[in-house]
Design a protein around this ligand. Structure first.
Ligand code: NAD
Length: 324
């Protein structure tokens, strides 16, 4: 199948565009809580309508294929969430389970089958992969037109250049929660903690696209708190519970905490909420902030992918376009 990711939107689809800012009301002493769940619910409502219209028009419900190599407990929890979200909006979720004792070639062969399957509109690969399976090899085997989480180099390149392509959903969610909450990004000093290919780096590029003045910090950054105290907007995606404490924040800062850390029975963010709450003007809760938005946004990408693929298939079948 030809890979034309250029036809996919870099900004989220109509379902997201129609979702309004939804936050809890601030009190004098408390920061504003930037809640993701109500925004996600609005996006899902729009998606249910859009996928029903898609099915009506094209005669099938698109499939999201989730590739799981080896069993991994955190993946299992995430998988149940995404499969539930698929069911809610009228998408068929297909779990493709591959044992961990396979070769990299065998994983790529499974992905190529999904690339060639016209029922499958989008493919995501659950991380982490077993150590003997090179991530880059697996990513390269995904058709960029079905790469709805924006991990293929083609989509990453399109993002870097500011062109249309699929965006990594978590990075997009971390920026979208600011925009949907009416928080101005243009001209602000924005600091991103984390430079992974799936969150920190793409979030930084998206914030730059929104005209923020962006600084990226990482594990080798010297004097992290000196950087974070400069931030008017701080995005934290480090995977370290409580890394950012109140004394590292500037008064009135807006904080987006992407971190999800399982500590005992509790889910904690990368920001120490208790010490941050007296300093910041707005903050995303964990859980209930960026997390719920991510799946909803991912399915807006699936809708865009399915629509582009169905339209290409229709154009191919149209009279007068055949070579013979
Ligand atoms: P990762 O481990 O790939 O990257 C972590 C980044 O943080 C690295 O760039 C590293 O340099 C930086 N870092 C680590 N320790 C640091 C320190 N002490 N100071 C400064 N920088 C430091 O992780 P990831 O995949 O980018 O995920 C980050 C976090 O976001 C994790 O907690 C993950 O669970 C969470 N996450 C949430 C969602 C969601 O839907 N909300 C989705 C994906 C990831």
């Amino acid at each position: 199948m030809s890979a034309d990711a250029r036809s996919a939107p870099h900004s989220i689809g109509s379902a997201v565009a129609s979702a309004s800012s939804t936050t809890s009301s601030p009190s004098a002493a408390e920061p504003r809580l930037l809640a993701g769940s109500p925004i996600a619910a609005e996006i899902r409502a729009g998606l249910s309508r859009d996928f029903a219209a898609f099915k009506e028009r094209h005669g099938y419900a698109p499939t999201l294929a989730i590739v799981l190599v080896g069993a991994d407990a955190p993946s299992a929890v995430y998988l149940q969430q995404i499969l539930r979200t698929c069911a809610k909006v009228g998408v068929l979720g297909r779990l493709v389970e591959i044992g961990s004792d396979v070769t990299p070639d065998a994983v790529c062969t499974e992905i190529e089958k999904l690339n060639d399957d016209p029922a499958v509109a989008g493919i995501i690969v659950q991380m982490p992969l077993p150590a003997h399976i090179p991530l880059a090899t697996v990513i390269d085997s995904i058709d960029p037109a079905k790469d709805i989480d924006g991990i293929h180099p083609r989509n990453a390149g399109l993002l870097a250049l500011g062109y249309d392509g699929f965006l990594p959903a978590t990075a997009q969610a971390s920026v979208e929660i600011l925009k949907r909450s009416g928080i101005e990004i243009a001209g602000k000093r924005v600091v991103v903690v984390g430079r992974s290919n799936v969150v920190g780096k793409p979030a930084s590029l998206l914030l730059l696209r929104e005209h923020g003045t962006v600084t990226i910090c990482h594990s080798k950054t010297r004097d992290l708190s000196r950087q974070t105290r400069e931030a008017e907007i701080l995005i934290v995606a480090a995977g370290k519970a409580g890394l950012i404490t109140g004394d590292m924040l500037s008064p009135g800062a807006v904080v987006v905490d992407v971190g999800i850390n399982v500590v005992g029975d509790t889910l904690l963010g990368d920001v120490d909420f208790e010490s941050a709450r007296g300093v910041v003007s707005a903050i995303t809760p964990v859980p209930g902030g960026v997390g719920p938005l991510t799946n909803a946004i991912l399915l807006t990408h699936l809708l865009a992918a399915a629509t582009a693929q169905a339209e290409r298939a229709t154009a191919k079948r149209a009279p007068g376009t055949r070579d013979d």
